[in-house]
Design a protein around this ligand. Structure first.
Ligand SMILES: Nc1ncnc2c1ncn2[C@@H]1O[C@H](COP(=O)(O)OP(=O)(O)O)[C@@H](O)[C@H]1O
Ligand SMILES: [Mg+2]
Length: 390
């Protein structure tokens, strides 16, 4: 039987053809080799203009280096493309459309608002969603402030804690608000006290087009730092959803977000939860319910959007132990587990998509059809005059 081939699809970040997570993919290629899965990396910009070939990024573990080679299309695609502005993302959309019949381990999800709408249609999920509306006018903020003391304003396509504002009613005087946040470059916007009557004018400077207005979940530790949890849910080697791990994140001083790329610190979920919730029995229930919720959300979203192989959920837990889903991440990083020293979880997080790919390969007849071998087209061989696209 020929070896199954998995293509990790990503996007270049710049003209120098750099891409994210190279070290992670390197590990995936090494682990794939051990499992009998041939893994390479490519981007939609690497497709040959006329032939069904890709100028792939190949990692050679024994030489410890990356090279480029023309490869046939893989049996399966693991889509790791994160939203970008501009032509590369457009090219990705065209690729997905043109090659929609290929086998994808994961299909793209939707923006934060659509995911909220879809999940809130289910009563069992709704109780775990902070109240949220799509911003249309300042009235939405006013109305939400009547119900909640704390609000988060977030771009529907935001990532990494960018462009998030927090509005909080001060404890003593309902006429004053505390505003703070992160701008689109993720720089901290320091806290300011603003009188109720000045809020609208202040907000006007902020372009809230395509923003969510969301009830904030109080999650400040005694130190004043915010915290939340990152749960990774993945399909396993039997094609079943499983919680791979869950870690805590603590935001830096003066930050209203906990994202690691914004300076957040990763900590063990147990340590953080022990600190936050004193009742041991309640802690046990929270962990159990969070795990169940993660799996239910993954299965449900898969039933709506088609195949998925992993999701990371950002969860906030209030002092009463109520679990809230802040965000669903379809292209999760696994770094949080490495940072807290959970080596086994980190390795599992890398290996599971590969084991799942092997399961897909074995159970999908279309993945197994023998493909023509390419004999004539090798870079630099027999193509002296016309080079392939570089
Ligand atoms: N409703 C909320 N209540 C409390 N904290 C929140 C809320 N929404 C977001 N946050 C904080 O902001 C961070 C980033 O928000 P998130 O919705 O995950 O967007 P992003 O895609 O930028 O990561 C969260 O990890 C959390 O620390
Ligand atoms: Mg997030």
């Amino acid at each position: 039987m020929q070896q199954p081939v998995l293509g990790i699809m990503t996007l270049y970040l710049n003209k120098r053809k750099q891409f994210e997570d190279r070290r992670v993919y390197q590990k995936m290629i090494e682990e794939g080799r051990r499992l009998g899965l041939d893994v390479f990396v490519f981007t939609p910009a690497d497709v040959h203009p006329t032939r069904k070939l890709l100028l792939a990024h190949i990692y050679e573990p024994f030489k410890g280096r990356w090279t480029r080679k023309w490869r046939e299309f893989p049996h399966m695609i693991y889509d790791r493309c994160r939203i970008q502005k501009g032509g590369r993302f457009q090219q990705l959309k065209e690729f997905r459309l043109k090659h929609s019949r290929l086998i994808y381990l994961n299909r793209p999800l939707r923006n934060k608002w659509t995911i909220y709408e879809v999940l809130s249609s289910m009563a069992s999920f709704k109780q775990h969603l902070p109240e949220t509306v799509l911003y249309k006018s300042y009235k939405d903020i006013e109305a939400m402030l009547k119900k909640a003391r704390l609000l988060y304003l977030k771009p529907i396509n935001g990532t990494g804690g960018r462009g998030i504002l927090r509005i909080e009613k001060t404890g003593t005087d309902d006429n004053f608000y505390i505003i703070q946040g992160r701008n689109m470059r993720r720089q901290i916007i320091p806290r300011k006290h603003i009188h109720r009557t000045r809020l609208q004018a202040w907000i006007r400077y902020w372009n809230l087009d395509q923003y969510l207005v969301q009830e904030g979940i109080p999650n400040e530790l005694e130190s004043g730092r915010v915290h939340d949890y990152r749960m990774l849910v993945q399909k396993n080697s039997r094609g079943k959803w499983e919680v791979t791990g869950c870690a805590g994140r603590i935001g830096p001083v003066r930050s209203i977000t906990s994202n690691l790329h914004g300076g957040g610190r990763a900590v063990s979920m147990q340590v953080l939860l022990d600190h936050w919730i004193k009742d041991e029995e309640l802690r046990g229930r929270i962990e159990e319910n969070a795990g169940k919720l993660g799996i239910q959300i993954a299965s449900f979203l898969e039933s709506i959007y088609g195949g998925l192989c992993e999701l990371a959920l950002d969860l906030a837990i209030n002092k009463e132990g109520q679990i809230y889903l802040l965000e669903v991440n379809p292209k999760p990083s696994r770094e949080v587990f490495a940072r807290i020293g959970e080596k086994d979880t980190y390795r599992k997080a890398i290996v599971q998509p590969l084991e799942y790919a092997l399961w897909v390969y074995r159970s999908t007849p279309a993945a197994n059809v023998p493909r023509k071998r390419i004999k004539t087209f090798k870079p630099g061989i027999g193509r002296k005059k016309k080079k392939g696209p570089a």
